[in-house]
Write a protein that binds this ligand. Sequence first.
Ligand code: FE2
Length: 170
Amino acid sequence: MNNSILLERLKWRMIEWESGCPQRIQHFLKVASFAVTIARGEGADEHTLFLAEAAGYIHDIGIRISYDRDGRSDGKSQECYGEPAAKEMLAEIGFAPDDAETVSRYVGKHHSYDAEIPDLVFRILLEADACVNMFEHAGVSDGARLEMLRNVFRTETGKKLYTTMFGLSV
Ligand SMILES: [Fe+2]
């Protein structure tokens, strides 16, 4: 099965997964789109692009499980519940076992911000998620946005996207 069919299937599975929560659907659609933009800007190969877009769609799969099981959701429980759920969904859709493993590992650590990890897909996911989160969270100051820039952003494309979007001068 080709990658664009897999991605389309994943997008729809996640839209169905988040049925009734348009905020989270719009969140992951934006994260996936920014992930592709950053990956293309960094000259990523086709496989990296594929993994980055897939990670964008599925990265927050653990939120709904956390609310269902614990009545609340924090970064750690999202990672914990999200990783096995992601692996299962990706395998069902038809992702190759290695790709399902790789993408679900990102789901399992995407709140553990470590932008120094030399893994381009993971870095792209963190940057794309930060671009969206810093818009969706109300009342974020320019100071907090600049701190996020320093802590998370490492790719030139991610930095350009983020600073341009928020009109930040550095
Ligand atoms: Fe997210």
